[in-house]
Ligand binder design. Structure first.
Ligand SMILES: *[C@@H]1O[C@H](CO)[C@@H](O)[C@H](O)[C@H]1NC(C)=O
Ligand SMILES: *[C@@H]1O[C@H](CO)[C@@H](O)[C@H](O)[C@H]1NC(C)=O
Ligand SMILES: *[C@@H]1O[C@H](CO)[C@@H](O)[C@H](O)[C@H]1NC(C)=O
Ligand SMILES: *[C@@H]1O[C@H](CO)[C@@H](O)[C@H](O)[C@H]1NC(C)=O
Ligand SMILES: *[C@@H]1O[C@H](CO)[C@@H](O)[C@H](O)[C@H]1NC(C)=O
Length: 390
C-alpha cells in the first residue's frame, strides 16, 4: 500500500496539534481529562435499555440511573421515524411500552406490516414524526415492576442518548443496536439514497465516536455497535472502525437478513469468518447454558470456542426477579452473576439491574484504589506543569 505518506502526514498533524495545545485542561463542560476512565479489567456491566428494572426502558431517567449505579456501557436500540429521526426504542410498535392506546388522535395510525415473515398489527414508530412521538409517555413493559413512573418520561432521540453518556461525570460507553434494519430500510427513506446504517454511523461520527477497540480514541468515548443482522455489521465496518458485536437470537430464530440458522452462525467456520468484523457476540444466555423446567442444563462450549477465535461473549439478559432467575441460583442474583462470570467466563453482561451487578463486582473485584490514585497524580502533574507554561 502507498498509504504511508498520508499516514505520516496525519501523524505529524496530530503531533504538532498536541504540542500546541496547553497541558492544563480547557474549561469546557466536556473535558474528559480528569474523568474516571472506563474500567477494562473485569467483565463489562452493560445497562440493558438503561436501568429498566427501575425506570421505564430507554428513557433519560433509566439511563441516568444506570450511570449513577455504575454502568460501564449504556445500551440502547435505535429505530427510525417517518421523518428520518433516529430514536431509542426497542419494539417496532409503540403498543407495549407507551400510552398510545389512550391517545384517540392517533387511532387511525394502526397498521399491519409483515415483520420478519410475520404479520404484526400495532402502532409502528415508522408512521410517526418526532413531534408526535414526543407527546407520548413511556411505561413499564412488565406488570411486576415499579409502575409509578409510567407516562412521566418521553422517548429520547439517539442524539439525546449520546448527550447523556457524554455528560456523565466519568467515562461511560455507549452500546447502540442497529435495530430491525431490514424493516427500517423498507419503510423509511433518507435524502441522497442514504440507508439506516449510514445515518446511524453519521450520528456516531458527528459526536466524535471512532477508533478501534481499546485505542486511545476509543477509550476516550467508548462505543460498541451491535446488531442481529450480519449484513449491517459488515456494511458498517466499511464506515467505522468502532468495535462491533453480532447479536445471536434463540436457536429457533434464523438471522433477519441472511436467513442463517443459529447453528450456522455459531459454528467454528463462521467464527473464523466473522472475527474479522466483530470483537464479540451477544447470545441469549439460555443458548449458552440451556434451561429445562427452570433448571440449568449442561453448559455448551460456545464461550470456550468463541474465545479460541478471540471473540468476546456478552450474553443477555440478566434480571433479578424470581420469575427470571433459574432455580439453581436459590433466588439470588449474586449467585447468577458469580456463575456466569467465574464458571462460564463471559466478558460482558446485559443486565436490567445495573446496580445489582455493580455491587456484586465491587464486592468481589473492586475497582482498584491504585488506579484512581494514578489518575489523581496525573492531574496533579498536569496542574504543576501548567504553572510553568504560563
Ligand atoms: C400478511 O397479510 C397480507 C394481507 O392480508 C397477506 O397477503 C400476506 O400473505 C400475509 N403474510 C403473512 C406472512 O402471513
Ligand atoms: C406486546 O407484547 C406481547 C407479549 O410479549 C406480544 O405478544 C405482542 O405481540 C406485543 N404487541 C405488539 C403490538 O408488539
Ligand atoms: C466495502 O468497501 C469496499 C471498497 O470500496 C467494497 O469493495 C466492498 O464491497 C464494501 N463492502 C460492503 C459490505 O459494502
Ligand atoms: C430460510 O431458510 C429456511 C431453512 O433453510 C427455508 O425453509 C426458508 O424458506 C428460508 N426463508 C427465506 C425467506 O428465504
Ligand atoms: C441445576 O439444578 C439441577 C437440578 O438440581 C441440576 O440437575 C443441574 O445440574 C444444575 N445445573 C447446573 C449447571 O449446576
Amino acid at each position: 500500500m502507498t498509504a504511508a505518506s498520508p499516514v505520516t502526514f496525519i501523524f505529524l498533524l496530530l503531533f504538532i496539534g498536541s504540542a500546541a495545545r496547553p497541558l492544563y485542561p480547557l474549561p469546557s463542560r466536556r473535558n474528559d481529562r480528569s474523568k474516571q476512565p472506563l474500567q477494562t479489567f473485569r467483565p463489562y456491566n452493560i445497562a440493558h435499555r438503561g436501568s429498566n428494572g427501575e425506570f421505564p426502558e430507554e428513557t433519560a431517567a433509566a439511563y441516568m440511573r444506570a450511570i449513577e449505579e455504575g454502568a460501564d456501557f449504556i445500551e440502547t436500540d435505535i429505530l427510525a421515524l417517518r421523518d428520518g429521526v433516529l430514536i431509542c426504542f426497542h419494539d417496532l410498535t409503540l403498543d407495549n411500552t407507551t400510552d398510545i392506546a389512550q391517545r384517540k388522535e392517533f387511532e387511525s395510525r394502526k397498521r399491519t406490516y409483515e415483520v420478519q415473515g410475520v404479520n404484526t398489527t400495532g402502532y409502528f414508530t415508522v408512521d410517526f414524526t418526532l413531534e408526535e412521538l414526543k407527546s407520548l409517555g413511556v411505561k413499564q413493559r412488565f406488570p411486576f415492576r415499579d409502575q409509578q413512573y409510567n407516562g412521566k418520561f418521553s422517548i429520547i432521540t439517539f442524539e439525546e442518548f449520546i448527550s447523556i453518556a457524554l455528560d456523565a461525570p466519568r467515562v461511560v460507553g455507549i452500546y447502540p443496536e442497529i435495530k430491525n434494519p431490514v424493516f427500517i430500510n423498507q419503510h423509511v427513506k433518507w435524502p441522497g439514497g442514504k440507508k439506516f446504517e449510514d445515518k446511524f454511523v453519521d450520528t456516531l461520527k458527528k459526536y466524535g465516536y471512532k477508533g478501534t477497540y481499546m485505542s486511545k480514541q476509543w477509550l476516550k468515548q467508548p462505543a460498541i455497535v451491535q446488531s442481529f443482522a450480519p449484513t449491517s455489521l459488515i456494511y458498517v465496518s466499511n464506515l467505522t472502525d468502532l468495535p462491533k458485536v453480532l447479536l445471536i437470537a434463540d436457536a429457533t430464530i434464523p438471522t433477519q437478513d441472511t436467513n442463517q440458522s443459529f447453528w450456522e452462525i455459531t459454528s467454528n467456520n463462521y467464527f473464523g469468518f466473522i472475527k474479522d468484523y466483530v470483537v464479540g457476540i451477544g447470545p441469549s444466555k439460555d443458548s449458552v447454558v440451556p434451561v429445562s423446567d427452570y433448571y440449568l442444563q449442561t453448559p455448551t462450549n460456545l464461550v470456550a470456542r468463541a474465545h479460541e477465535y478471540n471473540i468476546q461473549v456478552h450474553p443477555y439478559t440478566y434480571r433479578s426477579e424470581n420469575s427470571f432467575l433459574h432455580l439453581n441460583f436459590s433466588q439470588d442474583p449474586y449467585n447468577e452473576y458469580d456463575y456466569w462470570i467465574n464458571k462460564i467466563g463471559v466478558d460482558g453482561l446485559f443486565t436490567d439491574f445495573t446496580g445489582s451487578l455493580h455491587q456484586y463486582q465491587e464486592w468481589t473485584t473492586p475497582l482498584s484504589l491504585g488506579e484512581e490514585d494514578a489518575y489523581k497524580l496525573l492531574d496533579k502533574i498536569a496542574h504543576l506543569i501548567s504553572k510553568f507554561k504560563n
